[in-house]
Design a protein around this ligand. Sequence first.
Ligand SMILES: [Zn+2]
Length: 131
Amino acid sequence: MFSDERIQQLNADRLGDPELKPELVQKVTRLISLAKSRGFSLVVTQGFRSIAEQNRLYALGRTKPGKIVTNARGGQSNHNKGTAVDVAFVVNGEVTWNDSLYAKLGPWAAAVGLKWGGNWKHFKDKPHLEL
Ligand SMILES: [Zn+2]
């Protein structure tokens, strides 16, 4: 269960990571405010990832059990460069993965100058935002 205070704290902690580029932090902060002004809560679920973490994710669905979650090996993801975050919608205190909600991220990202992973042709990554 995520209260508004908890979401704010998580976002402050995750966006406060010095590995993230200041321009990204600024734009994501604006996007979170824009969402809030429309009545939606966004929580940053992931920001910077080390190369080892990226390789662990890349292994899922390939050499490790699970679903494929990324096409980027360690070093290839913008998460490894501090120029990407993933976000989730929180509705009534719960994280939700409802596709129609995530579709809102496209225009909001464009409005603040971010790219949205949902526009990618080969591997749609709807929670993903990057510079
Ligand atoms: Zn991502």
